[in-house]
Design a binder for this molecule. Structure first.
Ligand code: DX5
Ligand code: ZN
Length: 222
């Protein structure tokens, strides 16, 4: 998959679920090609969101879109196949939920998907250094996972810069994704700090006009 970077990745967590398909199609009209799906189990994070059937529905609404599935769940290895079958193109697992992270990443890649590791705000990048050469993407949480609509944690900028430096030093090619609190005000600074993929939930789906908001966000990063 090659994308024009940076890429905007609307998180459907913030969509109007009474008209999920239309909301997704409105983002496509604005040029979106990457959809972010937040899966929450009420154990790893204090919220329950949705499962594979919603990912499948999103894929049906946007068959051409790249489906990025963010597993905020305990024992993610047990659910990878369900999300592969639902149409995922990439699966992200949290460092904090994978005691055998190398095996978890291999378990995603064996299905031919892109594999990604996620770090929470208080997890240091040194923890994932050994796995960087095996992942296709690193997802930096810029909010504490579990809810949309939170404020961007300022220390995430430095974390983004550090990760971009690590990638350069090691001459690796993984993408850097940032997730949580990204909006019209900070999106340019987030890209400057090194993000390639920008998750935006409420900033996109809570807008009066979703398509216009996507175009506005795109105008700031392209
Ligand atoms: C939070 C999710 C984020 C969130 C982003 O746990 O991982 O993707 O939905 O939503 P906003 O952009 O509203 O912070
Ligand atoms: Zn997410």
């Amino acid at each position: 998959m090659n994308f024009e970077l940076p890429v905007l990745a609307p998180s459907i967590l913030a969509a109007d679920f009474t008209q999920l398909g239309n909301d997704i199609k409105d983002t496509l009209k604005g040029g979106v090609s990457w959809i972010h799906c937040d899966i929450m189990d009420g154990h790893f994070v204090p919220n329950i969101s949705y499962g594979p059937s919603i990912v499948q529905a999103a894929k049906k609404a946007a068959p051409e879109a790249f489906m990025d599935v963010h597993l905020m769940i305990e024992n993610p290895d047990d659910y990878v196949e369900n999300f592969v079958e639902a149409g995922a193109d990439l699966i992200s697992v949290h460092y904090e939920t994978c005691p055998h992270l190398h095996r978890s990443i291999q378990n995603i890649k064996k299905y031919g998907l892109m594999a990604s590791v996620v770090v929470n705000p208080a997890t240091s990048l040194q923890n994932i250094e050994p796995i960087l050469e095996d992942v296709d993407l690193v997802l930096i949480m810029s909010v504490n996972p579990g809810f949309g609509g939170q404020s961007f944690i300022e220390s995430s900028y430095e974390k983004l810069r550090q990760l971009a430096e690590m990638r350069e030093e090691k001459e690796l090619g993984f993408l850097i994704e940032v997730d949580g609190g990204v909006n019209l005000k900070n999106i340019e600074k987030v890209v400057e700090a090194g993000a390639d993929v920008l998750v935006a939930g409420s900033s996109v789906f809570r807008a009066e006009n979703i398509t216009a908001r996507v175009e506005e966000l795109h105008s700031k990063i392209r």
